[in-house]
Design a protein around this ligand. Sequence first.
Ligand SMILES: [Zn+2]
Length: 123
Amino acid sequence: MALTKKQLEAFEKQLMDWKAELEIGQSENVHAMHEQELTAFPDPTDQASMETDRNFDLRIKDRERKLIRKIDQALDRIRDGEFGECESCGGDISIKRLQARPVTTLCIECKTLQEQEERTRLT
Ligand SMILES: [Zn+2]
């Protein structure tokens, strides 16, 4: 483990703040959606655009929910002392990479490899 206790604490705080922010967003969206439902839209064009808005909201919310789950997993890894360890090769993930994306579970080498494999599968 290349990370110091102090660094881990900083990451833990960063992740918890991030999660709290996302959770506020989630409940706000629910509230806004509920208000929209209570408003009557007699014009079908308005109704259509409202539907699109709602789908957009749901997509964002879905992405946020997945992110919250990733944040939870990262917090678990901090508690288990596995944070900063690559899931694939067991090597250390660079602190720069963790700072840019604290929910990552792969070192840059494994991530690059994974992306290459995904590209190959798609083509
Ligand atoms: Zn790796």
